[in-house]
Design a protein around this ligand. Structure first.
Ligand code: NAP
Length: 325
């Protein structure tokens, strides 16, 4: 089968699209013929091997897993003897998490992992991206931020993968939403339901008069220190972008002060918890309260170009490898 492979850390050109052996299912696994697979900013960081401490689990000298990608959507074409939840022909989606391997024509997935049946109202491309922006932002806003109706929520990086989902989800949670993006993305962010938009090329939200109950800095371009002044008394600064500074701020604010800095690694949560959140997200999609914003689709052979585009830091929503969907 064709797959996107990686044998060393570096820029997009360390990737190769090449013929590799098709996976064989273990008794508890299904084999999925992949129709679409996400290329995310997290994938680009893992390809670079950054932050460096992430190499402790990615592989010290080179990546332990040689096929890239985590988010997938496709059709079950084989099932191990112990599989009870899925059968050949089922349309499914999910993520492989730290096992990677999703940027390929076929991927083997444990039937008790993060894999769900794909409803017909969700296309393959959107389904393959559910575990990036939508799932992460649901985790951050609902569980970490505990967003309540009427609260003021600011989404920094509102035009990215996490940000476009976050704007829509915060609105569903009844919040008053401020999105921060550049001039070219103002219309997009307003169309997703933001009540107000701040153009970061003209205004620094950390210096404004408004205060927020939750600041969700999806792109990690700010910091708890910079945002503290514009957080309400019990305000929370959430960021999915890990750094040593954020870890210290989390530790410090867990002991001192009423304003908190918070981080979580969504993909490392138990599959049952993630699947419960995905079911809720599916409900929002069915009710047309949530849309997965897709910027560009690339064929598998152009995975290097897809990574280069993601790495530019200026994608609008999501990027996906489409494989005959
Ligand atoms: N912890 C977790 O569970 C978890 C899970 C998934 C992802 N992540 C991490 O979350 C981060 C965000 O991922 P993502 O895919 O959502 O990001 P992204 O889509 O790559 O972000 C790109 C967007 O950010 C905007 N942007 C760039 N600079 C900005 C600034 N200074 N202020 C405001 N917006 C700015 C860009 O708009 P312009 O073009 O207008 O600049 C672009 O639309 C990544 O670091 C990823 O690794 C963490």
């Amino acid at each position: 089968m064709q797959a996107v492979t990686i044998h060393g850390y570096g820029g997009p050109d360390v990737l190769r699209v090449q013929e590799v052996t098709k996976p064989r299912v273990q008794p508890n696994e299904v084999l999925v013929q992949v129709k679409a697979s996400g290329v995310t900013t997290a994938d680009a960081l893992m390809r670079q091997g950054t932050p460096r401490f992430a190499r402790l689990f990615l592989g010290l000298r080179k990546p332990k897993h040689t096929i890239t990608g985590t988010g997938f959507a496709g059709v079950v074409v084989d099932a191990g003897a112990e599989v009870t939840k899925f059968k050949v022909g089922d349309e499914v989606f999910g993520e492989t998490s730290v096992r990677f391997g999703a940027n390929a024509e076929f991927v083997a997935v444990a039937d008790n992992g993060v894999i769900l049946k794909k409803p017909s109202f969700l296309d393959y491309a959107s389904a393959s991206l559910m575990c990036d922006g939508p799932l992460t932002s649901m985790n951050f806003l609902q569980y970490l931020g505990e967003v309540q109706p009427g609260q003021r929520v600011l989404i920094n990086g509102a035009s990215g993968s996490l940000g476009t989902a976050a704007v829509q989800l915060a609105k569903q949670m009844g919040a008053q939403v401020t999105g921060v993006c550049s001039s070219k993305n103002v219309e997009l962010v307003l169309s997703l339901g933001a009540d107000e938009v701040i153009d970061y090329t003209k205004t620094d939200f950390t210096r404004g008069a408004a205060t927020y109950d939750v600041i969700y800095d999806t792109v990690g371009k700010s910091s708890f220190g910079a945002c503290k002044r514009v957080l309400t008394q019990k305000g929370k600064y959430l960021s999915p972008v890990i750094s040593i500074g954020l870890l210290f701020q989390m530790l410090g604010t867990s002991f001192v002060g009423s304003k908190k800095a918070l981080f979580d690694a969504t993909g490392l949560k138990k599959p049952e918890i993630l699947k419960e959140m995905l079911r809720k997200l599916l409900m929002y999609i069915q009710e047309k309260k949530l849309d997965v914003v897709i910027d560009r689709q690339f064929p598998l052979e152009q995975a290097v170009d897809a990574h280069a585009y993601v790495e530019s830091g200026h994608k609008r929503g999501n990027v996906v490898l489409a494989m005959g969907a």
